[in-house]
Design a protein around this ligand. Sequence first.
Ligand SMILES: [Cu+2]
Length: 204
Amino acid sequence: MRTLALIMSTFLMVAVMAGVALPTAEAQVVPTPTLTVFVFGETVGGKQVFSPSQILIPQVPVHLVVTFHNNDTMQHTFSMNDVNGTRWVNTSYVDPGLNVTVEFTVVSMTQVLLTNGTRFAPEAGANGILFYCIPHRDAGMTGQIVLASVPPAAAEKGILLRAYWIGIIGIGITLVWVGITYFVIKSSSRHFVDHSEHVRKGLP
Ligand SMILES: [Cu+2]
């Protein structure tokens, strides 16, 4: 009986250890996703604008492929500066009816990585990373790359991991108590020596 209890508890301990060891194997490298968007340059109600004026990104980092289409009768650009006013992303002047594609990686809301490996700190707008049209910036032709979700991934992961550890610790504590109880009951019971002692005697 004692041997059986030892075998059982050993088996359960091994199962718990295996469960604890699992999460380390789950560590993985997540590749940067690519988001392809179209942005139009046009004149709406006499005003030069980007349409849409916001590029919503679901997360950072994200690789952005922006196809700028000039849907107007005058030239426009899709351009981005760093915090010091140096221009790093630029379609140059796009003629009416034409497309130009630019691509870069938004590493974070304060860092952009170009395809040639250069990193720069992008100029910020009120809600995100600013982009603009060179000849019409002062006329208000600006837009922003906006992070659509404020760190949901980290929060979600935290809750899931916490639930996982609460479960594992709960199972562990339960097993420890089963073990303690077994030995407490065993030590407070004397050994029966023959079958007559096993017969239920009822209340004293
Ligand atoms: Cu313009």
